[in-house]
Structure formats: C-alpha cells, structure tokens
Design a protein around this ligand. Structure first.
Ligand SMILES: [Zn+2]
Length: 401
C-alpha cells in the first residue's frame, strides 16, 4: 500500500478511546512499527446481519488506516464454530453442528468479501491452555467441566469497571458445580456441545471464552496491541479473556487498547436473532451495493449505536459522490504524483481523532464536490490523488482506482 509521506506516517498522532482506561490515549504500539490486533468474529449459526458487518467493517478500516500510517499490521478475526447455540440450531435443522458451522463460516467469508473486508479465521483446541490454568491453580475440574476460579484473579472487573459487589449481582452460568457464582466455564462435557476432543477431563469441547485466548496466544503472542468487538462483549466475554490471558502468562496488560463498537438498531431496538428483527448482509446486498453499505456503516461514530433508518440516505450520498467523481476526473486531466496537503490533513485529523469516520466521510464529500471548482488542473489532479488515498483507507470505491 502506498505511504503518503507527511500526512500518514509514523509516529502518528492517532488517538484511540480505550475501554480499559475510559479515556482517549495516544496510540503507541507495543513494538515500534508493528500492530497486532484481534477481533471476536461471529458464532456461525446463521447468516451475519448488519450489526455484525458494522463491527467487522470498522476494524477493517482500522487495519487499513494503521497500514497506511506505516505499521505492519497482523489482524486476526476468529470464527467461533463450536458453541451450544450452533448445536441448538443444528438440531433444529437436522444436520450436524460442525456441518452447520462450516456452512455459515463459508457464507460469512463470502459476505465479507462482498463488503471488501479481509478475514482470517482459525480454530484450535484449547486443552493446553486449560491444563496450564489448572496447574497454576487458576482453574479447577468438576464432573467433566473446568471452571476458571475468579477468586485467583483480583483484577476481574477492570475492563467493565465493576466492583466485586456489582459483579456478584450478575452471576454467570448458574450451576451447582461451581465454587463461586462468578466462575466461568473453560471446558464443557460433550453433553452440551458436539465436540470430539479428548481431554484429561473427559470428551468435550472448549468454552467460547477460552477459544479466543488460545487463538491469540498462538498467533499474536502473550501480549498484543488492540482487541475489538461489540461493546456487549465487554462483560463477561472480554473480562474472561483478560483473566485467562494474564493468569496464563503473568504479563499485564494482556491487551493494550480495548476498542468497542456500538450496535445497529432497527426502530430503536437492537438487531438480534433472538428478537427476530435481523437484517442480514445477504438481504441488504439485494438492495444496496457493498460500497453503499460500507458508507452507511461508517456514517456514525463507531462507539455510538446507529439505526437502520439512515441507510437510504447514506446509499444516495454514495451514488451522488460516485457521479461527481466523473466531473473531478475531467477537471484533473492526467494523474498526479503529488497530493492535496490541506485535504489530506483534514482527512487524517478526522481519522486520528479516535477514527472519526463520519467526519472523514464529510471531508471526503466536500473534497469531491469542490474539485471541479479548483483553480487549476494541477490542483484538481492533486486533489483527485488524495481522494483516491482516502477512499482506499475507508474501503469505499468511488470508481477512481
Ligand atoms: Zn471473543
């Protein structure tokens, strides 16, 4: 990817809101010039909906922007393909859970390709991590189950900012087998989920919480830069990941920046399978192009919830911009190797302020609209080269490449 010297270069002035500290922090990677990031992918029990797509497209833009800044980015997204929700859906449809998971994993990758986001998917057995947690006395086995012993991790609650008394009001996984109501499962016996992994605790399968830490430990190492996902995953899922990760390695922080996205609502209600109000990416692609959907999903700041009702106006804005780029091309003539400094400065200022994509899209729109009125073809050509760079970062194709 092309590096744009003065505006997109290291060290950056990128500021990121960190859920862990509840504040905007200057982004400084753990190792100079490298970023390792991880995002919780979908549990593949059905087609993905626009709420899922919003999360994955946002981190796709984060990875694109970090790459443009000059970082070498390793971005891993894990598909959860063993889970009791998959088993339940499989029982309803009469195929095996693994066949169902394979089917929807494939559809997920296809849908994301249409939205032009890269995905990397891995799944690995987690027996080694669970065994080590038991050896370090952070976990215990009980009748085929293994639980994490939350009393051994005093920082439990630090991501969701809950005191122990607040946590005790939100007990996890009610079960008489547990020593404490906050302990969470690391290993399930096979009665719950179809899994064929033989473990020291019997045949069973790993819990959702341990799947992600096992993936990140093997692909990203014991500590990494950025962990993403929707904010509804903060507790218990991400809290559990921190407890596992830091207990396994005794290194802290397990993740430097925790970055969380908002939801997509329909008429003020969260889009979810259980509410039966999902709008799948497949359905949306029958009406809108992948570029229009990206434009819509980036049109609200990632930390805020958004409503589906803005989708038509975002699609129209995209189509209008695309039409206007023809005029820009005519005004610009031959391609320029130079850039419009002022435009790129405003664009990078927006992105550097906690990935303010709505403002970045506004800068882009104004930049496109005013190009035909620039005083010279050289100025228009510089602007066009800069617009092209901006659209590459946002992954929104205006037909300029
Ligand atoms: Zn996860």
């Amino acid at each position: 990817m092309l590096k744009l010297a003065s505006h997109f270069s290291l060290p950056s002035r990128l500021v990121v809101f960190n859920t862990l500290t509840q504040s905007k922090e200057l982004f400084v990677s753990l190792r100079p010039g490298k970023v390792k990031m991880f995002v919780c992918g979908p549990t593949v029990q059905d087609y993905i909906h626009l709420g899922h797509a919003r999360t994955y497209i946002f981190y796709d833009v984060v990875a694109r922007y970090l790459t443009e800044l000059g970082y070498k980015v390793r971005f891993v997204l894990n598909i959860t393909d063993v889970d009791e929700r998959i088993t339940e859906e499989a029982q309803r449809t009469g195929i095996t859970p693994l066949a169902l998971a394979r089917k929807y994993s494939r559809y997920f990758v296809e849908d994301m390709a249409k939205l032009k986001a890269d995905t990397i998917c891995r799944f690995e057995p987690m027996i080694e991590q669970v065994s080590l947690l038991i050896r370090k006395r952070h976990a215990y086995a009980m009748n085929g189950w293994v639980y994490f012993d939350v009393s051994t991790f005093p920082n439990f609650g630090k991501l969701s900012h809950q005191s122990s008394s607040e946590l005790s009001l939100r007990p996890l996984e009610l079960s008489v087998r547990k020593r404490d109501i906050l302990d969470f499962a690391l290993w399930h016996p096979e009665t719950l989920v179809e899994g064929k992994w033989v473990s020291p605790w019997g045949v069973g399968s790993p819990s959702w919480h341990i799947q992600d830490t096992a993936v990140t430990a093997s692909l990203l190492g014991p500590q990494y830069d950025l962990h993403g996902g929707a904010y509804e995953l903060i507790y218990p899922h991400h809290e559990a990941e921190i407890a596992e990760g830091e207990s396994l390695t005794s290194l802290s922080p397990f993740v430097k920046y925790w970055v969380h996205t908002g939801l997509v609502n329909i008429k003020g209600e969260k889009m979810s399978k259980s509410r039966g109000n999902v709008y799948t990416v497949r359905d949306a692609l029958r009406t809108y192009s992948g570029d229009q959907l990206r434009m819509f999903l980036l049109s609200r700041h990632y930390r805020m919830d958004m409503d589906l009702r803005g989708i038509d106006s975002a699609a129209k804005t995209y189509s209008r911009l695309k039409r206007m780029t023809d005029k820009c091309r005519r005004a610009a003539g031959v391609a320029s190797r130079d850039y419009d400094d002022d435009f790129l400065q405003r664009f990078s200022d927006a992105m550097n302020d906690d990935f303010d994509t709505p403002l970045a899209l506004k800068v882009l729109g104004e930049g496109v609209a005013s190009t035909p009125n620039l005083r010279s073809t050289a100025a228009a050509a510089r602007r066009l080269a800069s617009i092209r760079a901006a659209t590459r970062i946002l992954g929104v194709d205006l037909g300029l490449s």
